[in-house]
Write a protein of this length. Structure first.
Length: 112
């Protein structure tokens, strides 16, 4: 549903809703809020178990390159898509989806 609103648009014909987030042909489920929550929990767990006492760290999230390729192909094949974020690059949409949850993890860990 998220990709439909962001990319396809609510009223775009011939776009089917998927039952499970991982079935999404646009994001492969990586933008599913439940999946993002799991990633944030895994990050928190790893940071808690870390023996380092540094006040900061760098976290890199690697996304499948096939998503960028798929986005380009879909834009070419479906110029009728008119979602609210259709012009925003996929990488930026991912960052926007993950950062708030990862910031919550940081705040919780700082309190420990």
């Amino acid at each position: 549903a998220l990709c439909r609103r962001q990319i396809a648009g609510e009223d775009t014909p011939d776009v089917e809703l998927v039952e499970k987030a991982f079935e999404c042909v646009l994001c492969f489920g990586l933008l599913d809020p439940a999946y993002i929550e799991k990633v944030a929990e895994a990050v928190a767990s790893k940071l808690r178990a870390s023996p380092y006492d540094a006040p900061a760290c760098t976290l890199a999230l690697n996304l499948p390159i096939s998503q960028t390729l798929r986005q380009t192909i879909i834009k070419q094949a479906r110029p009728d898509l008119n979602g609210i974020l259709v012009t925003v690059p996929y990488k930026i949409r991912n960052i926007d989806a993950y950062l708030p949850k990862l910031r919550e993890v940081r705040v919780v860990l700082q309190r420990l």
